[in-house]
Design a binder for this molecule. Structure first.
Ligand code: PHE
Length: 494
């Protein structure tokens, strides 16, 4: 409808000076007219120029009075034409706000005598406010600005019955492709067009090379997987081999005992560790080695006094969800020690579980990145050197180390990195040299040392992808569109 009106009008007229005026003259909604103008303009049937005008729209209060009459007139009409009414009576007849505003406006207009008794002062009043509001509401003001005086506008504005709004419309002329009717344009050249030969007459729609394509419904990698791959590449470039981590369930023996972690250690409590209900225990432990581990806990050896307590096999048999991937490293080192010695570099990146209360930075499960180097005569200096190499490949070249404690390493160091964004040192990992009480029962030669470190995958991922609540990254609350939208690659690491 609007389209026919516009194209038809331009057939005999030079210009549509004002789309608003045009809409009301033709009984059309201005919105519809605007949409058609935009579309016709896109196909260059018409040229369109923006028009902007200050106009007025009714506030909620203004709309109410346009429908029900102004308060002053409502008040006037509530007063009997002859005689008078008590102020209390009058108040009861009206809405409180209508009464209040009505009294003051009717008083100002000298329509009524206000005392204990209220009476009319004039015979008849006109509801000019209502009329003005209705005209503004109908959009007449836009066309007949001169008809409504500035004073009237100002007084409506002062009473907060109208507010200014920028009105947007167009003036329209014929465009280079003008025709009195829109031709149906072809969007594609088809086989049928070629066979029928009608392609010669067809008009084709221009390609819009700026249009976005439909979203690719392919698989998308989760940010954790992307950072995991990046870390994997770093380890591989540094000559590390990946350890098999495909067992979430582990025995206490490999998770704790073999690491020289005493059986009374608080981490072995069910408040910190998820123990398995079924099967609750393991039956597969290497018996000779178990005896050596028992002995080192109870009475030491290799220059150590041990912990001097009764080591219990039942405790070691308990199954749990591994609390660190160091359990895997321990199994790997045990297997390595059985062979003629050769230096090794191992890494792993996989899930671990801790019985923690969940908050914005903690989950009961997370991914641990772990690296270790096993060689003769390694020192703490080697550990610091490897850590500097590893973390600088991640874009963290300013590191600091703080002495720490792990049951299975000595010395141990927490790793801190200077975060340029946060302008402070943040803890990024934990490290150390595995204790002789752990390595020697496995059967390593005495001068073999193992340096190792661990960190979470979540923390660097959150920093790299700007996620500040871990539950947005992992778990049932994750918004799948985050996974679809995150960049395929990040240029630069930090
Ligand atoms: N297992 C340690 C942790 O869970 C990390 C670590 C690995 C520490 C290797 C020292 C050596 O935090």
């Amino acid at each position: 409808m609007a389209e026919d009106a516009i194209l038809g009008y331009l057939a005999t007229h030079e210009e549509i000076p004002d789309s608003g005026q045009f809409a009301s003259q033709h009984g059309l909604q201005h919105n519809d007219v605007v949409n058609v103008i935009k579309s016709l303009h896109g196909f260059r049937y018409i040229d369109a120029q923006d028009i902007k005008r200050e106009s007025w729209v009714l506030t909620d209060e203004g709309k109410k009075y346009a429908a029900e009459g102004s308060p002053e007139v409502q008040l006037f009409l509530a007063i009997p034409p002859e005689g008078s009414i008590s102020k209390d009576e009058l108040q009861k007849k009206l809405d409180p706000s209508v009464f209040k505003i009505g009294c003051s406006q009717a008083g100002k207009n000298k329509w009524v005598d206000m005392g204990k008794q209220v009476s009319r002062k004039v015979q008849h009043v006109e509801d000019k406010v209502k009329d003005l509001l209705i005209r503004i509401q109908d959009g007449q003001l836009n066309l007949l600005l001169q008809v409504i005086g500035k004073d009237d506008i100002n007084s409506l504005k002062a009473r907060k019955l109208i507010v200014a709004q920028t009105w947007k419309g167009y003036s329209v002329r014929k465009g280079p492709n003008y025709a009195p009717r829109r031709k149906k344009v072809a969007t594609d050249l088809t086989r049928e067009n070629l066979q029928r030969g009608d392609w010669k007459e067809l008009e084709f729609k221009e390609y819009n090379f700026n249009a976005k394509g439909p979203p690719a419904e392919a698989g998308h990698l989760h940010p954790l997987l992307k950072v995991k791959q990046q870390l994997k590449n770093i380890f591989l470039q540094m000559g590390f081999e990946e350890m098999p981590t495909n067992n979430f369930v582990e025995s206490s023996f490999w998770n704790f005992d073999a690491l020289f972690q005493p059986q009374q250690h608080p981490a072995r409590d069910s408040h910190d560790t998820f123990f398995m209900e079924a099967p609750s225990t393991t039956r597969e432990l290497p018996e000779d080695y178990v005896q050596l581990v028992k002995r080192v806990h109870e009475s030491g050896g290799y220059g150590s006094r041990g912990y001097m307590y009764d080591w219990k096999r039942e405790e070691a048999n308990k199954n749990l969800l591994r609390t660190h991937t160091t359990a895997v490293s321990t199994r790997m080192l045990y297997a390595l020690a059985k062979q003629p010695f050769a230096p090794k570099r191992y890494f792993s990146i996989d899930r671990v579980f801790r019985n923690e209360s969940v908050d914005r930075t903690h989950l009961a499960e997370f991914h641990q990145i772990e690296g270790l180097v096993c060689d003769r005569g390694l020192t703490l200096g080697d550990l610091i050197g490897v850590l500097n190499d590893f973390f600088s490949r991640l874009g963290m070249s300013k590191l600091r180390f703080k002495p720490a404690y792990n049951p299975y390493t000595e010395p141990s160091m927490e790793i801190f990195s200077y975060h340029e964004g946060l302008k402070k040192w943040v803890e990024i990992g934990n490290s150390g040299m595995f204790r002789p009480e752990m390595l020697l029962p496995m059967g390593f030669p005495e001068d073999v040392r193992v340096i190792a470190w661990g960190l979470s995958l979540e923390r660097p991922t959150m920093i790299l992808y700007g996620v500040d609540n871990i539950r947005d990254l992992f778990g049932h609350k994750v918004d799948l569109s985050l996974i679809k939208r995150n960049p395929i690659c990040r240029l630069g690491i930090n």
